[in-house]
Design a protein. Structure first.
Length: 163
């Protein structure tokens, strides 16, 4: 086992500041969506993901990947969205084991109503508080962190596939 590379004082400060900012930002967006649209951010993200496909539908496994969600958590969320009439599940014609989540007209209408408030909150609390240079740096940082985690996630999935 390799020795732990502990964080120094500056790294601790950056880490904690980053986590505080991400947590507060995410909680704010979730509260805004709950207050204004009656849905948590996770449901909004599912509706957005479906709205961005040409036929407004995705296989459940693909939707879980796009939404960075476990299949069981996504299945529960889609069941709630079905009860609201915003999403419907269909059998997958090419694979009897799979199912497809499809955005309904009512779901699209709810998304159209929710989007302006959500985008305004994102703009106000992210884009409006950063300079153009800070946004470029944030984009680069986000890509670097995502890239490192994408490699790690792929490695973990390969290990799981071996079992």
């Amino acid at each position: 086992m390799s020795e732990v590379r502990w964080l120094n004082a500056e790294e601790q400060q950056v880490w904690r500041g980053f986590m505080t900012a991400v947590t507060k930002f995410t909680e704010h967006l979730d509260r805004q969506l709950q207050r204004d649209s009656g849905m948590p951010m996770a449901y909004y993200e599912i509706l957005v993901a479906l709205s961005e496909t040409p036929d407004h539908a995705l296989r459940m496994s693909e939707l879980a990947t796009v939404c960075h969600s476990s299949r069981s958590r996504l299945s529960h969320a889609v069941a709630r969205l079905e009860k609201e009439g915003w999403v419907e599940r269909r059998a997958c014609a090419s694979d009897r084991r799979g199912s497809i989540a499809a955005l309904t007209a009512a779901g699209y209408a709810v998304l159209e109503t929710a989007a302006p408030g959500h985008v305004s909150a994102v703009r106000e609390h992210l884009f409006d508080v950063l300079t153009a240079e800070q946004l470029r740096v944030l984009a680069n940082i986000s890509r670097a962190v995502d890239s490192g985690l994408t490699v790690e996630c792929a490695r973990a999935q390969e290990e799981l596939a071996e079992f």
